[in-house]
Design a protein around this ligand. Sequence first.
Ligand code: LMR
Length: 393
Amino acid sequence: MFETLTPQAPDKIIRLMQMFRDDPRLGKIDLGVGVWRNAAGQTPVMAAVKDAERRIIETQESKSYIGLAGDVGFLSAMADLLLGDAAGAVRWAAVATPGGTAAVRQALELVRLARPEATVWISTPTWPNHPALIDTVGLQRRDYRYYDAKTGGVDRAGMLADLAQAAPGDVVLLHGCCHNPTGADLTPADWEDIASLLAERGAVPFIDMAYQGFGAGLEGDAAGLRLIAARLPEVLIAASCSKNFGLYRERAGLVMALCPDDGICDTLQGTLAWLNRQNFAFPPDHGARVVTTILTDADLRANWRQELGSMRQSMMRNRAALTQALRDATGSDRFGFLAGHQGMFSLIGLDEPTVARLRTEHGIYLIDDGRMNIAGLTDSTIPVVAEAVAASI
Ligand code: LMR
């Protein structure tokens, strides 16, 4: 039977990871996959994570199963982190998942069970795994305009015009913060307009929150999500702990659904647990337990918040320094828009041949669409990248 298989093309992020690994050049610079790096170019384990792991190793007495939904302590700690004060005021169902990707997948599977005819609306552009997962699950999808390459900002009018076509029961996938790949985020006024529009259309917002704390801080990054949660009766949320806890390979995340009715919420909880059972049974526990240990201990939490804050500051510094270095290297303000972006990524506005030249001639790796991992820059690589970009355009 296996001879019937045809090769599956890896997505552009995964392909680039492999190309970078295969490149023997010593001075190569990885600005591809989204990982935060320190000044030495490393992605260290966060101090609070190390402490929490030590505590877990010392005190954990069993590795027996928890439950299909994962640890309830993790779910409620994450609900607080995501929803803030609203966590106690809204009804929610949630299950832990292996990272944010599985959270998106489970949310889409839930949509397929609830409303197989729903169309899932995705921003242009978006993270490449969004359309891939929607297609794999077998839902229909449509694009809504999002990024205006001319301004480097959000195409607000285009986005609202497209979303006005969403049908009742359609699902609108929104990036909670730090839009991947563009770096262009929604303003509070945009969130207000989206909330009103979706309420009017009867469409369901689905918020992918993969970078809370990387853009406007833990609270600022959740403001749009909280506004939507306060205004819409049904909301889907996929959250990842990969970036803000630096737990990438541990696969910690959760899928959550808000709903206005206790009975429906019970069914939702059971359905999400059942979906976990079908796909992987019990979600991984270690990363989730680290997160819970940190969020429920005042000292660890303060330490984590501080380290996360300094990671955010370093991204902002990189962004400002790169913008200035590009200004100096090109003698123009062509890349000035980068300073207004948020989070670890920006679409820097280079076409595919230019990105390929940066890779082959300078050993600088960006995603084909021109997405740069700003968090992967260091003081020593910023001038090198700026000079190479100036020489390649
Ligand atoms: C990225 O966009 O680089 C990250 O979210 C990693 C991934 O899984 O694609």
